[in-house]
Write a protein that binds this ligand. Structure first.
Ligand code: PGA
Length: 248
């Protein structure tokens, strides 16, 4: 694992964008695995800025998102589809037909999860997966206790995740209770993983993810086994890691 320590959220976003831009410039047909939530927003802002200023093209890129809420349509502002269209796909001119998210409105959710796995396989897998980490150690919506062997599946969101995401809704009761997410085994198949982490509230879980036991109770701890992970984290997020290193 390669750890890049930066000062703050803005630098994290800039560094992550730089790696994605270089990857796409190097291989225009790159399959990007993408994430939502608060952490990647700055990264997407830098990608869009670079696209506008320097013309980096995403015409041949395919994107596969980690997850989507069950019951949310792409037209719904709280859906991840809406988020991606607004923050990245439209402003970076990524052809809509080359962007994939699970369909949270599918009548048969299990079938939809399977269909999404096939979509990913037909693209040849993810070249570069951008990942955030939840305060409880989740990656995608793979909550603590999820099998490391899991493929794309339907999940019940934990109270802590619904609470963390309530800021995007008018109340916690409106946060969906289910989602479709790439599984942990699916995420681990990405050729390269870029984990971005910012803020003091992620400091303890980042330490456990990097140096704790590899345990299904901390889904992100599996990343220790991935051969090609880059972590970009700011000083606050690395504060527990650095404290423990000093203590030794
Ligand atoms: P956040 O979420 O970026 O909104 O903190 C990260 C995650 O839950 O994976």
């Amino acid at each position: 694992m390669k750890i890049i320590e930066v000062q703050n959220y803005d630098q994290m976003s800039q560094q992550a964008a730089k790696i994605i831009i270089e990857t796409v410039q190097d291989r225009p047909q790159t399959v990007l695995g993408l994430a939502t939530g608060g952490t990647p927003l700055g990264t997407y802002t830098y990608l869009v800025r670079d696209h506008q200023l320097n013309g980096t093209s995403y015409k041949q890129v395919h994107t596969v998102n980690l997850d989507e809420y069950v019951g949310k349509a792409p037209s719904d502002e709280q859906s991840y589809s809406y988020y991606m269209n607004k923050h990245l796909f439209e402003p970076a001119n990524i052809p809509k037909t080359q962007t994939y998210l699970p369909n949270g409105l599918a009548a048969n959710l299990e079938e939809e999860a399977e269909r999404y796995t096939h979509t990913l396989q037909s693209l040849g897998g993810v070249d570069l997966q951008l990942l955030g980490i939840g305060k409880n150690g989740h990656i995608g919506f793979n909550e603590p206790g999820t099998s490391f062997d899991s493929e794309t599946h339907v999940v019940q969101l934990t109270p802590s995740t619904r609470q963390a995401n309530a800021k995007y809704f008018s109340s916690e009761s409106e946060v969906p209770t289910q989602a479709i997410t790439l599984g942990i085994a699916t995420i681990m198949k990405a050729k390269r993983i870029l984990l971005i982490v910012s803020g003091i509230e992620k400091a303890e879980i980042l330490y456990q993810c990097l140096y704790g036991q590899i345990d299904e109770q901390i889904p992100a701890s599996i990343l220790q086994k991935h051969p090609h992970v880059t972590i970009i984290a700011d000083q606050e997020a690395l504060s527990v890691v650095n404290q423990k290193a000093e203590a030794h």
